[in-house]
Design a protein around this ligand. Sequence first.
Ligand SMILES: NC(=O)c1ccc[n+]([C@@H]2O[C@H](COP(=O)([O-])OP(=O)(O)OC[C@H]3O[C@@H](n4cnc5c(N)ncnc54)[C@H](O)[C@@H]3O)[C@@H](O)[C@H]2O)c1
Length: 249
Amino acid sequence: MKYIIHGACGRMGQVVLRVFRANCPDADLIPVDPMTRDGEAYAALTDYTGPADCIVDFSHHSATAALTAYATARKLPLVIATTGQTEAELAAIHQAAQVVPVLLASNFSLGIVVLTALAKQAAQAFPEADVEIVETHHNRKLDVPSGTALTLGRAVQSVRPGSRLVIGRHENGKRERADIDIHALRMGNVVGIHEIHVCTDTQTLTLRHEAHDRALFAEGALTAAKWLAGRTSGMYDMQDVLDGILKSI
Ligand SMILES: NC(=O)c1ccc[n+]([C@@H]2O[C@H](COP(=O)([O-])OP(=O)(O)OC[C@H]3O[C@@H](n4cnc5c(N)ncnc54)[C@H](O)[C@@H]3O)[C@@H](O)[C@H]2O)c1
């Protein structure tokens, strides 16, 4: 397999290169990143015209237009791990999925996929409960709240019609029962913690996931890239990958 690693010089890109090399020694890795020095990567996707089987993207959402144009022009499956896309960028991703298979996930941890399903179940089991989501990340993270916290919030919202997501509560006033609040902490070197508190007047259920090592996301991206090979065009997520794993057991 030949994987184009987009954002290869970044924190995650470096981990992806290490994890893919360790787990797939026969794979060819093609690093792409505008921050390249000493020619260790191609500076732009369009600089690489050779063969490839899949693009794995851990870059910046501002690259979405170039990324989707390249993937569709070259008919390459696309694994997008980058977060923080605007509505227009998300629309471009969905448009690309009409031509190529696209797997978009704000968190490549299978643990988070399970956490999302549990959060929906808890919100349904306790329809009157207050749901509060707290995410914690390192102090260099750019987007807030995390894409994963938004995904979790939207998942809970999907089973709570009429609820609203409140991102960072800054104004005085009572919380509405249906509100789903998201709070973000930025500190130190924390890789990523997501907590969901489901609280009734008599009990609190707390669901928590903690990432210990960024390699976790690279491992998930590799699993996703292998799974995406040979799929038809369309949008996929990590739940599809987990379903595939569970079916094969
Ligand atoms: N989905 C997941 O599981 C997951 C996990 C970790 C990080 N992420 C996301 O991955 C992205 C990268 O994270 P990071 O910590 O490695 O960031 P980083 O800032 O360390 O690295 C980003 C890299 O992308 C490159 N880049 C910036 N603009 C670009 C452009 N227009 N075209 C191509 N490359 C460009 C930069 O040069 C840099 O090397 C972020 O959006 C982050 O939220 C997702």
